[in-house]
Design a protein around this ligand. Structure first.
Ligand code: ZN
Ligand code: CU
Length: 484
C-alpha cells in the first residue's frame, strides 16, 4: 500500500502515525493528497506539496463515518453540522429509525418521531431525487449517504398510521422505494418501536424490502422492542432481512430497562449465530442513556429522565423530570404528559452492556445525535471522541486501531461506500488528524454542546473542513449515491 511518487501534490501530511481504518497496525509515514484523492502513502521525502502539515505525534486516520444520524435537514442548514465536523466526522448516513426528510410534503404537523427533523415546512421534498439534488446544489459540509425511512413512507401514503398498510398502500410504498433506490438511496430504515410504525407487521416490512430488489441496499432497523422482548425483535429483524436478501444493520443496539440489564450476552450470541447465515451488523453509541421523543413506555422504564425539548414549555429544556414534577407539585407521569410534544434523555441502560456491545467485532459507531434538540444528548457532539479518548485510551476497552476501524473501514464496507473509510492510494481524501493523547468528548448531560478536544484537522474530498480545530465553512461534501 506504500507508494512513491515524485510529482507534486496539493497537501502533504508529514511524519504522521497512520492508522488506515482496516484494523491494521499503525505505521509512521506521509500521506499526499492531490485533488479529491489520496495520491501517495509512505516515505514521501522527495515530494513537493503546495501545503505541508507537520503531524509529529498525531494520528492520521480516515475521516469518521457516522452511520447513525438524523442529519437529513442539518446537512442543508448553514451551521448545523458543527457537532460532527469538530469530532472528525466526514460522512453521515441519514434517514435512520424510519425517519427520512424525503420523499414527503406535509400540511399538518409531523407525527412524532418525524418531528425530530423539524416542523411541517421542513418536509419539502416530494421525491428522493429532489432531496439528493438539493444536497448537491447547495453542497454539504460533509458527505451524506441517505436512506429512506419506512415511517416517512407510511406518512406519505397512509391517512391513519395505527394499522397495517393495505395491499394498495404497500404497492404505493414499493413504488416510492424503487424511486428512492433509483435516485441513490443506500438503504431503507424502519422504526417499528414508534407508534406510527408499530402496527406494521413483519410481512409489511418484508414486502417493502423486496422493492430494494437485491441491489445491496441495506436494511437498518430501530427494532420493535429493545427491552423485555429484545430477542424476539432480533429474530424478527434477522428473518425479515434474510427473506428479502437485504444486509441487516440493527440500529443503536441496546437492552433497555433494569430487568434486561446484562442481556447483551444473549443478544450478541444471537448475532454470532445469524452471522453464519446472512450479513448482519449493528451500530451503537457510547452512552448508557438514550434519547428520543417523549414516550410513555420509556417514562415508565427509565431510572431518570432529562427533558431535551418541550413545545409547550421550552424553558424546561435541560432539566430533570423529577425536579420539574416537584416544582409543579404533581406526579412525574402527569408532568410528562404536560410537556408533550417534546423529547428527553432516558437513563435506561447498563454500562456493562454498552461496553460489551461496543467491543463486539461487528459493531460500528453511530452517534444517533439529534441536531434539532434544544438541549441535545451529548452523543451529538461527543460520540466519536468518547470512543477514542474514553473507551479506547482511558478504559482500554480496545486498541485505537479497532476503535477507528469501527468508525471508518468497517462502516464503509457495511454501507457499500466505495473508496471511503480507508487510507490507501486512490481512496477519497476524507481524513482526520487528531492528538491521541488529548482527544476526548467534552459535552456532558448538563452542558452537551461542547466541541470535542484533540481533533486538529479534517479533510473532506481533499478540501479542508476543519483547520487547527476551527471550522473553515467549506462545503465539499457529496451525496454518496449507491453505486448502480
Ligand atoms: Zn432509533
Ligand atoms: Cu436514531
Amino acid at each position: 500500500m506504500r507508494e512513491h511518487s515524485n510529482t507534486g501534490c496539493d497537501i502533504a501530511f508529514r511524519n504522521a502515525v497512520i492508522i488506515d481504518g482496516t484494523g491494521a497496525q499503525r505505521f509512521s509515514g506521509d500521506v499526499a493528497v492531490k485533488g479529491d484523492r489520496i495520491a501517495a502513502v509512505g516515505d514521501l521525502g522527495g515530494m513537493v506539496a503546495a501545503r505541508e502539515v507537520d503531524c509529529a505525534g498525531k494520528v492520521l486516520a480516515p475521516g469518521f463515518i457516522d452511520v447513525h444520524t438524523h442529519d437529513d435537514n442539518a446537512l442543508l442548514m448553514r451551521d448545523a453540522m458543527a457537532p460532527k465536523i469538530t469530532q472528525g466526522v466526514t460522512t453521515v448516513v441519514t434517514g435512520n429509525c424510519g425517519i427520512s426528510l424525503a420523499p414527503i410534503t406535509m400540511k399538518g404537523p409531523p407525527v412524532p418521531p418525524l418531528d425530530l427533523l423539524g416542523g411541517a415546512s421542513e418536509f419539502r421534498f416530494s421525491s428522493f431525487d429532489a432531496y439528493i439534488r438539493a444536497l448537491e446544489t447547495d453542497g454539504t459540509p460533509v458527505n451524506a449517504a441517505p436512506m429512506v425511512g419506512h415511517t416517512t413512507l407510511r406518512a406519505a401514503v397512509m391517512k391513519n398510521l395505527d394499522r397495517p398498510a393495505s395491499d394498495s398502500e404497500i404497492a404505493a410504498m414499493q413504488e416510492l422505494i424503487r424511486e428512492c433506490v433509483e435516485a441513490g438511496a443506500v438503504g431503507m430504515s424502519t422504526g417499528l418501536f414508534y407508534p406510527p410504525a408499530r402496527e406494521a407487521p413483519a410481512q409489511e416490512v418484508s414486502a417493502l424490502l423486496e422493492a430494494l430488489g437485491g441491489t445491496g441496499a441495506v436494511y437498518t432497523t430501530h427494532m420493535r422492542d429493545e427491552g423485555d422482548h429484545v430477542c424476539d425483535s432480533l429474530k424478527e429483524s434477522f428473518d425479515t432481512a434474510a427473506g428479502a436478501g437485504a444486509p441487516l444493520i440493527v440500529s443503536h443496539h441496546k437492552c433497555t430497562g433494569r430487568d434486561n440489564f446484562g442481556r447483551s450476552r444473549e443478544t450478541l450470541a444471537m448475532f454470532d449465530h445469524a452471522c453464519a447465515h446472512q450479513p448482519v451488523s449493528l451500530d451503537v453509541y457510547p452512552y448508557a442513556a438514550s434519547s428520543t421523543v417523549l414516550l410513555d413506555d420509556y417514562m415508565r422504564k427509565a431510572e431518570r429522565i432529562m427533558i431535551t425539548w418541550s413545545e409547550p414549555h421550552p424553558e424546561i429544556s435541560g432539566r430533570y423530570l423529577d425536579d420539574i414534577a416537584a416544582e409543579w407539585g404533581c406526579e412525574q407521569a402527569e408532568a410528562f404528559q404536560r410537556l408533550k410534544p417534546g423529547g428527553a434523555i432516558y437513563f435506561i441502560m447498563d454500562e456493562e452492556d454498552v461496553r460489551r456491545i461496543l467491543s463486539y467485532p461487528h459493531s460500528m459507531i453511530g452517534s444517533d445525535g439529534l441536531p434539532h434538540d434544544r438541549h441535545p444528548h451529548p452523543r451529538l457532539w461527543g460520540a466519536f471522541a468518547r470512543v477514542l479518548g474514553h473507551y479506547a485510551r482511558d478504559v482500554g476497552l480496545f486498541s485505537l486501531e479497532t476503535a477507528l476501524h469501527k468508525m471508518t473501514g468497517l462502516s464503509a464496507e457495511k454501507f457499500g461506500l466505495k473508496d471511503r473509510g480507508v487510507i490507501r492510494v486512490g481512496a477519497f481524501a476524507d481524513l482526520t488528524l487528531f492528538d491521541p493523547a488529548s482527544v476526548i468528548d467534552r459535552g456532558t448531560f448538563e452542558a452537551p454542546a461542547q466541541p470535542a478536544a484533540g481533533i486538529e484537522m479534517v479533510m473532506v474530498n481533499g478540501a479542508v473542513a476543519l483547520d487547527g480545530g476551527r471550522i473553515t465553512g467549506a462545503r465539499p461534501g457529496r451525496a454518496l449515491r449507491r453505486a448502480a
